[in-house]
Write a protein of this length. Structure first.
Length: 189
């Protein structure tokens, strides 16, 4: 479920039934793609993988022996078709996890670019957090308006008008709303 629903966006924009749900849902999904990576969630990034027949190993650039455990089910994405999906961990190393796969050949360790993601079960439902929902709605409205109105503008940090509303100030406008939910790793840089 989206952080901002189609009904909420339709109401905020005042567009009634002028646009179909699929078009508005696209905007809601784009807002999710902006906000969700910034929120604290149990996700780590695999930097490489290797495999033998029937098993695949994902490698991390951090110690994961105290993060993952044998028997844990994780969701893997962006790591190749034989890794992606819901998988159960069969072994945990210092900086690696092993899962059962359908590999039929042996491949040495090689990088995953861009990094793959490994997500554990989450205990937080961001769709129930009012501040996160408001931030998603604000971003959805900005995305919609910048798509529909040319030169709708924004304001840069030096208070100069900008013709592009989707600039770096977009996230700055909602950061206060989601400060309580920001992942420490999203605040680097």
């Amino acid at each position: 479920m989206s952080l901002c629903t189609v009904a909420e966006l339709r109401s905020a924009l005042g567009v009634g039934t002028l646009y179909n749900d699929a078009t508005l849902q696209q905007t809601c999904d784009a807002a999710d793609a902006v906000i969700l990576p910034m929120l604290w969630n149990p996700q780590w990034y695999a930097v490489a993988h290797s495999n033998i027949v029937g098993q695949g190993t994902l490698y991390f650039d951090i110690l994961v022996k105290d993060i993952f455990y044998v028997g844990q089910t994780v969701t893997i994405a962006n790591s190749g078709t034989k890794y992606n999906g819901s998988k159960t961990i069969t072994a945990v190393g210092e900086n690696s996890i092993t899962i059962t796969t359908t590999h039929t050949v042996i491949q040495p360790k090689h990088p995953i670019e861009p990094f793959g993601s490994v997500t554990a079960e989450t205990y937080t439902d961001w769709t129930a957090d009012a501040a996160v929902q408001e931030a998603a709605l604000l971003i959805s409205v900005d995305i919609w308006q910048s798509r529909q109105t040319t030169s709708s503008g924004g304001v840069s940090p030096d208070f100069a008008p900008s013709p592009y509303k989707m600039g770096n100030t977009l996230l700055a406008r909602i950061r206060g709303l989601i400060a309580h939910a920001l992942s420490p790793s999203s605040m680097i840089g």
